[in-house]
Design a protein around this ligand. Structure first.
Ligand SMILES: *Cc1c(COP(=O)(O)O)cnc(C)c1O
Length: 350
């Protein structure tokens, strides 16, 4: 069957949508990757050993609710185990939440600039995206809380990507109280930040918090994320998820990872130290750098073309993310790497 005739069978939303393009994953492994906010350090051996163990029992289906992880996470996060829903990365969690709350011909809202995947998730539902600009101080203005009868879900990455900025807990509670729909706080980077909202869903059923093990726990390749929400919300969302949306290897690895809080603390400490050093050094080179609470910084030089700097770094084997947000700015998002990787970046830019 030729292409145009097979197209007649696809949903209009799928035909119309632009594919989400994740950061480049070069094959061959020569480049130093500072473009997708992965950890520059590998996970602890306890995680690798747990995955090894689980690999001897792959004839069995995994626990559909990842109970071992939820029990351990419940203690670490000080929330109830029935407040946790696990997924194949937090992108799976975002998909489940969107499918559950967003019917066709409605609206979702999120800040601009922020995570581009939200737009893709809305398009798949046949819903419209409303992107509301941050205020100059990176807080959210009244338009972000504005009532709208079509609005079904609001996403708020906190810390935000690509800026690393944060909205206060007070503002988030106020926002949830004003909004006519649920608020999903995407805490993909929160382990690098000074505060979290993970305690709020227990008392505010409209607030949900998503987390991932991809960044701070150095497990992007494992694919494990989770949602913290009110127990009733979790019950409903279980109906929407795939039965086995986390596999036996990822459950074992994720449980071992969240069990090793000493490793996490140490990883955060070294990554944040490198981030703060990189911020100061980039400013000395004349860059505008936004203060970041995540494992990356957003920077732009006032007189040098960002795309050319990206190309220059790439020629030296240093892969950062060039991003162009129309109506706001272009610039470079540089992930926190090892100290030697960041020194190499600074040397090239210097
Ligand atoms: C990386 C990221 C995610 C998704 O992480 P997973 O690897 O799918 O767990 C979600 N939200 C934001 C803002 C991110 O940067």
């Amino acid at each position: 069957m030729s292409e145009p005739s097979i197209n007649a069978f696809f949903r209009d939303e799928v035909l119309a949508m632009q594919p989400y393009v994740p950061g480049e994953q070069p094959q061959g492994g020569k480049a130093i990757k500072l473009n997708t906010n992965e950890s520059p350090y590998p996970p602890p051996l306890s995680v690798v050993n747990a995955i090894h163990q689980a690999a001897t029992r792959l004839e069995r289906y995994p626990d559909p609710l990842a109970t071992s992880f939820r029990l351990r996470a419940s203690e670490v996060l000080k929330v109830e185990a029935d407040q946790i829903l696990c997924g194949n990365g937090s992108d799976d969690i975002l998909t489940i939440v969107t499918r559950a709350f967003v019917p066709p011909n409605t609206k979702v809202r999120f800040p601009y600039p922020s995570y581009i995947l939200y737009r893709t998730l809305a398009e798949l539902q046949g819903a419209q995206s409303e992107e509301v600009n941050f205020e100059p101080d990176w807080s959210l203005g009244p338009a972000f809380a504005a009532p709208d009868t079509d609005l079904r879900l609001v996403y708020l990455p906190n810390p935000n990507s690509p800026t690393g900025t944060m909205v206060s807990r007070e503002q988030i509670v106020n926002l949830a109280n004003q909004l006519p729909c649920p608020l999903l706080v995407d805490e993909a980077y929160v382990d690098f930040a000074p505060f979290s909202c993970v305690d709020l869903p227990a008392t505010h059923p409209k607030i949900m918090v998503s987390r991932t093990l991809s960044k701070s726990y150095a497990l992007a390749g494992l694919r494990f994320g989770y949602l913290v929400a009110h127990p009733h919300v979790i019950q409903m969302l279980r109906k929407v998820k795939d039965s086995y949306n986390t596999d036996a290897l990822s459950i074992a690895g994720a449980t071992a990872a969240i069990d090793d809080q000493a490793w996490l603390t140490q990883n955060i400490k070294r990554c944040n130290a490198t981030r703060d050093r990189m911020t100061i050094a980039l400013r000395r080179l004349g860059f505008h750098v936004i203060d970041s609470h995540a494992n990356f910084v957003w920077c732009k030089h006032p007189s040098r073309d960002s795309r050319e700097l990206y190309e220059l770094l790439k020629r030296s084997g240093l892969l950062v993310r060039y991003m162009n947000y129309s109506g706001w700015s272009d610039g470079l998002r540089i992930s926190v790497g090892t100290d030697s990787a960041i020194d190499a970046v600074l040397a090239v830019l210097g």
